[in-house]
Structure formats: C-alpha cells, structure tokens
Ligand binder design. Structure first.
Ligand code: IDP
Ligand code: MG
Length: 140
C-alpha cells in the first residue's frame, strides 16, 4: 500500500449514533476516496491486538471495552498525503481540544468515545489496512 492511503475506523459511538454516512461525506468533501470498507463488531482479541501499542496505558481496558461495545466501520481511504491529511481532518484526540470543522469536533462525545480512528504513520496505515482487509480488497 502506497503512502496515498490510510486506515480509518468509524468507532462504535459514531456508528451507533448513525454518523457513519455524515463522517464519510465529510471526508469525501475533503478529497478522500473510499477504497474499501466493512461493518463489523470487533472481538476482545481483535481490539486488544489492534491497540496493542497502548497495552499498559491507564485507558487501555476502557478502550478495548469501548471498541467492542458495538458495530464499527473500518475503511481504507485514498488521497494525496493521506495519513497526515486524515490526521488533520479528524482533529485532536480529545474533542474539547479539536479544531473547528474536524470530525472529532463535529461528532465526538469525549476523549475516549471520539468517533474515529486514523493511522498515525505510513507503516501503521499499511499494517492496519491489512488487519481488516485482504490484499485483493485493496486493488485499484
Ligand atoms: P489517537 O486516536 O488520536 O491517535 P491515541 O493516543 O493513539 O489517540 O489513543 C488511542 C485511543 O485511545 C484514542 O482515540 C481514544 O479513544 C483512547 N484514549 C486515549 N487517551 C485516552 C484517555 O486519556 N482517556 C480515555 N481514552 C483515551
Ligand atoms: Mg493513535
């Protein structure tokens, strides 16, 4: 996967609140193209593995519980400079600190229940895309 792709997840708070379409429309207006998507409920094992980098942090257990609490929507998005552009578009982790017009400012409830995940590097974008999708899902 090249550096013009990244991995996002519409998290269970936003999906349950019927914000998935609004968030995707917001991102499409920002120039992102939908490459692949699915709707699924993560198991504890999947959520724990996906967020393994945060194991041991005080919020880890809460994060795994939250991410397994309902359906979510992983998706691969394409755009120039995709990783940085998506991090800009989603805003700060805590919606109270997120810039105006960002997804988290518009749709997130709290630092924990913050509507969307986005990869933080090209390396993680590749790994996270393959966590949810087969190589054949990503062909264009
Ligand atoms: P990011 O999603 O903006 O990259 P990270 O620091 O990678 O933020 O944290 C991963 C996720 O863990 C956050 O999106 C949020 O859902 C949760 N999280 C991070 N810090 C806290 C916290 O202090 N309290 C509760 N949840 C947190
Ligand atoms: Mg992160």
């Amino acid at each position: 996967m090249s550096s013009n792709r990244t991995l996002a997840i519409i998290k269970p708070d936003a999906f349950a609140g019927s914000k998935a379409g609004l968030i995707l429309a917001h991102l499409e207006k920002g120039g992102f193209k939908l490459i692949a998507s699915r709707v699924m409920k993560l198991t504890h094992e999947q959520a724990g593995e996906f967020y393994a980098v945060h194991k041991g942090r005080p919020f880890y257990q809460e994060l795994v519980e939250f991410m397994t609490s309902g359906y979510c929507m992983p998706m691969v998005l394409g755009r120039d400079n995709a990783v940085l552009a998506l991090r800009d578009s989603i805003g700060a982790t805590d919606p109270a600190e997120a810039a105006a017009g960002t997804v988290r400012k518009l749709y997130a409830e709290s630092k924990g229940r913050n509507a969307i995940h986005a990869s933080d590097s090209d390396e993680n974008a590749f790994r996270e895309a393959r966590f949810f999708f087969a190589e054949t899902d990503l062909i264009r």
